[in-house]
Design a protein around this ligand. Sequence first.
Ligand SMILES: *Cc1c(COP(=O)(O)O)cnc(C)c1O
Length: 411
Amino acid sequence: MIQAQDSTEPETPAMSSIYDRLGVRVIVNAKGPATRLSGAILPDEVAQAMAEAAQACVEIAELQATAGAIIAEATGAEAGYVTSGAAAGLLLGTAACVTRLDPGKMNRLPDTGGMKAEVVMVRSQRNFYDHAVRAAGVRIVEVGIADRFSGAGVRDAEAWELADAITDRTAAIHYVAQPWSRPILPEVVRVAGAAGIPVLVDAAAQLPPAENLRRFIREGADLVVFSGGKALRGPQASGILCGRRDLVMAAALQHLDLDIDWHLWSPPPALIDKARLPGAPHHGVGRPCKVGKEEIVGLLTALRLFLAQDPVVRRNSWLAQIQQIAAGLRGVPYASARVVEEGEVPLLELALDAGARLDALGLVEQLQRGIPPIHVDHARLSDGVIRCNPMCLRQDDPALIARRLCDLLRA
Ligand SMILES: *Cc1c(COP(=O)(O)O)cnc(C)c1O
């Protein structure tokens, strides 16, 4: 039972909270760490580290250099940097691939006139986070057709098609890492390497497994981004950018406050090597997604806790919560609950029969309208299925969810 005290299961806080004072409803989050539902619940140690960081001032470049060394150690990359999220990392990483260490180009972004301004991407990997890539001023060149969709086809994009799309205008290949992404990353890296083009990997939600912190770098990615506010349980507005030292340096130069005097400016050489620059750019295209000292310290603390926690303990604590919901649903009419154990995160799947008094859409609507509102995963509503994810549940939440579902389906 000592494991039940594990930090993956935060206690349900006392009634009077900052949200009560603001008149904002606290929700039960059975969807998982989504941005619209305010990300992860921070372990106490992370929240305390952030509060402590807030009590003194430091030079942000020095703090980022220290963070970079810790991230490099955790990921196996040459260099690391804390961003305000994975999407911010995509913007910074793309900008770095376009400008490299040229401060004139940094000043001109997102105007990419005269620069390599195309980013090659597999068509089936397009998604709305690539707004962040396009925000650097580049155009996305799509490759391949995922013709499995037709029912007759058997292919997605292939490595030779990526090679075919690379020209002297190509700044980078952008790759979205999922277990089902094709071609596999090592094949993409081979094509990119032959052409001297960097590969920028979106691995925002690819944790757990913790092993993925190192995997994409090991497979040859030049830059990788992760969310800080998902499974890492860091601040909602934090993320990791890691990879080649020169590219991380180019990213930092377009992110940091550069109202500096060249002679007085002495950034840590591990982060920014002044000797490689003819001069400093001004504020760059990444300046609007700045990161505070509190987020940097919070992310580092969360990363340390994530790596220290036994993955079996983490998974078992999630599984216990899902099983508790499933147990509470036994005997509920016209619905069947199933614990899905295949993925990295165990889930609860509730499938509604035709005779149920609410359809899946109606049920989700009622859950959200209740007090407290309960948010579930609604990605499979059209199949009559709702899902619960345990990552943001507090101690009392599983029982509350099961009770509410029973009430709604029995009433
Ligand atoms: C969550 C997510 C992002 C955005 O991450 P933030 O840390 O919220 O910026 C980007 N790409 C993918 C695939 C994601 O799942």
